[in-house]
Design a protein. Structure first.
Length: 141
């Protein structure tokens, strides 16, 4: 019995995060509203650094394929429209055009914005990093 209790305490201690616990929002301390894309100023240089994680699947050079389509000139392009890439039906039929706000929402949770997308990426939760990546993508003309 004592061994079980010690094991339980050890497991509980291991599962605790090293980060300080955050208090749940109350009437006195409401949760911060999520930042809207329009509220943020993206930094292309910071976005290029963050984009390193995207490079695993997406090139930025024109006509260069990969696991995902090239993102060269992606801003302003209709989703699922780049010739030569085998998009999912969901992406082709999404009706989206890649602009700042659309990319901002998609990069946060791709599968929620385009259910059925082939993009197996959980998403980028940090609003500023998303804005930075978008600012970088806007330079790829």
């Amino acid at each position: 019995m004592r061994l079980m209790m010690l094991s339980l305490l050890a497991l509980t201690a291991c599962s605790k995060s090293a980060e300080p616990e955050q208090q749940a929002p109350t009437a006195e301390t409401p949760a911060a509203a999520p930042k809207a894309f329009a509220e943020l100023k993206g930094d292309p240089a910071a976005g290029e650094k963050t984009y390193v994680q995207c490079r695993v699947c997406h090139a930025v050079e024109p006509n260069k394929g990969g696991v995902g389509p090239t993102l060269h000139q992606v801003v302003g392009r209709a989703a699922g429209s780049l010739p030569g890439y085998a998009y999912s039906s969901a992406m082709k039929q999404s009706g989206l055009t890649w602009h700042g706000e659309t990319l901002y929402r998609f990069l946060e949770v791709p599968m929620a914005v385009v259910p059925g997308t082939k993009m197996a990426y959980a998403g980028m939760k940090d609003p500023q990093k998303r804005a930075d990546v978008i600012a970088y993508l806007e330079t790829l003309k």
